[in-house]
Design a protein around this ligand. Structure first.
Ligand code: PA5
Ligand code: NI
Length: 185
């Protein structure tokens, strides 16, 4: 393994050197956003748009790796575009999110049911403690780009959040970012 500097475009999340990437599209979020009718309407009008993209830089054999997540602005009904949200498979692995551009809310919840948010804005580095589920929400009108870094062996555990979402929804209520209890809990 050798040291390396990777250039990151703060407006697009593009990296000068990467080892993998994927994008998530609107149709993959059926049943995730609460307003299914709004989701189907958006699919009919705008097609299967990309709502976020993840690019990673991984050196095999290293303990840590990093990458970018780039999220489009938008809403499905009153709910802002968001990531799936997950716990890490390894309960002793945290993560950091450093926002480069745009604005959003990082929504976190512990296994015990505590909910916290951390504002995502350029220059803010969010600390995600081990065993807190995390979901990023683009609450702004611009693309949200953040750099993440965690252990390669952290793993993603999507099951619980996929089953009933997070405890709080992040909604646009008359132009203000508002948390509302998720009726599934
Ligand atoms: O490891 C992370 O927390 C991030 O790289 C996320 O995986 C990324 O932001 C996409 O979110 P999710 O995996 O919840 O869809
Ligand atoms: Ni994570």
């Amino acid at each position: 393994m050798l040291p390396e500097g990777v250039a990151i475009d703060p407006l697009t999340g593009a990296m000068s050197s990467s080892t993998g990437e994927y994008s998530k599209r609107l149709s993959e979020f059926r049943g995730v956003y609460r307003d299914s009718a709004a989701l189907e309407k958006m699919l009919a009008e705008r097609g299967d748009i990309e709502t976020y993209r993840v690019v990673e830089h991984r050196q095999p054999g290293s303990d840590i790796f990093f990458g970018t997540t780039t999220m489009a602005p938008g809403k499905v009904g009153y709910e802002y575009f968001m990531t799936r949200g997950h716990y890490h498979e390894r309960r002793d692995r945290g993560e950091i999110y450093y926002t480069q551009s745009g604005s959003g809310l990082l929504l976190l919840q512990s296994r015990q049911g505590d909910v916290r948010t951390v504002e995502m804005k350029p220059g803010t580095c969010a600390f995600i403690p081990p065993d807190w589920a995390h979901r990023s929400v683009n609450t702004g009108s611009a693309t949200l780009v953040f750099v993440w870094c965690c252990n390669q062996d952290a793993g993603h555990d999507y099951a619980e959040i996929a089953a009933r979402g997070m405890r709080q929804l992040v909604l646009d209520r008359n132009g203000s970012v508002t948390l509302a209890p998720n009726p599934n809990y």
